[in-house]
Design a protein around this ligand. Structure first.
Ligand SMILES: Nc1nc2c(ncn2[C@@H]2O[C@H](COP(=O)(O)OP(=O)(O)OP(=O)(O)O)[C@@H](O)[C@H]2O)c(=O)[nH]1
Ligand SMILES: [Mg+2]
Length: 184
């Protein structure tokens, strides 16, 4: 019997890579709500409501819900977290100015729902960036709660998702499922 779908929320500040991650990982057509940004945020478009995508790990369906990063859409964070199994909080290592916002998002969401999370650190290829250990110190969480990823890489995304599933599911995913996912 397949399990009911698992809901994973992908959140984090503007430009951390939430929409990119959902597009990279989803094997179904992604629903995105990006609009031209009215503020200068360093990129042309921004998510105003959600991103939705899905993929299968073996027989297990995983639904991905990406949130907006801008705080003026913060009412979507708790809407999207309802019934979620896990949270992937993305943070760009090259933008320390966004860490406080990321911490705010994490505290806001985990205060509403007790939800396991992993912090996915993107933009580690930027010339100037914080190291994973420094970011773990900043968030005051053990380094094993963090995972490095480039949101454009399916292999990285799969590994980040598996780290999160290991924290969410009592039986955990198997390495065979990870291999199968990487081959899709
Ligand atoms: N160099 C580099 N670029 C990355 C990495 N991860 C994501 N990106 C790029 O960073 C940008 C992230 O943009 P989005 O995916 O729209 O970010 P978002 O988190 O959805 O942003 P909002 O919806 O505005 O909150 C894209 O241009 C990605 O291709 C990374 O690890 N390294
Ligand atoms: Mg987005």
């Amino acid at each position: 019997m397949p399990h009911p779908p698992i809901k994973i929320v992908v959140s984090g500040p503007v430009g951390a890579g939430k929409t990119t991650f959902t597009r990279t990982m989803s094997t179904t057509e992604v629903v995105s709500t990006d609009e031209v940004a009215t503020e200068r945020i360093g990129k042309v478009s921004t998510t105003v409501a959600l991103d939705f995508g899905s993929l299968a790990v073996g027989e297990q369906e995983i639904m991905l819900f990406g949130t907006p990063g801008q705080e003026r859409f913060d009412y979507m964070w708790s809407v999207l977290c309802e019934g979620a199994t896990g949270l992937l909080l993305l943070v760009a290592a090259s933008r320390p100015g966004s860490f406080l916002k990321a911490r705010h998002i994490l505290e806001f969401i985990t205060s509403q729902v007790a939800i396991p999370y992993v912090i996915g650190v993107t933009h580690l290829d930027a010339p100037r960036h914080w190291e994973i250990d420094e970011i773990a110190d900043y968030f005051q969480v053990p380094p094993e709660h963090l995972v490095a990823l480039d949101a454009r890489s399916r292999g990285d995304g799969a590994r980040a998702l598996f780290r999160l599933l290991e924290r969410c599911l009592p039986e955990g995913p198997t390495s065979g499922q990870l291999t199968a996912l990487l081959q899709t």
